[in-house]
Design a protein around this ligand. Structure first.
Ligand SMILES: [Zn+2]
Length: 68
């Protein structure tokens, strides 16, 4: 499951994507998504950022892959 989240974020990189879009695209609960994102951002390959989501266009907290 974390894999699918990481893949989707990676595909959209370097654009950020919000939690709601991740949950909707992958048909997951928001809590599950946030848990996985928490694990991803702990590795420093991803960061939390408030920016315009590349999928829905809203400015809110989202996640993007950084580096590489
Ligand atoms: Zn969004």
């Amino acid at each position: 499951m974390g894999d699918r989240i990481e893949k989707l974020i990676g595909r959209l990189a370097p654009e950020p994507v919000c939690d709601d879009c991740l949950a909707e695209r992958l048909d997951l609960g928001l809590e599950e998504v946030r848990q996985q994102i928490h694990a991803l951002t702990g590795t420093r390959s991803h960061e939390r950022t408030t920016a315009r989501c590349t999928l829905c266009g809203s400015s809110k907290i989202g996640t993007r892959r950084i580096g590489r």
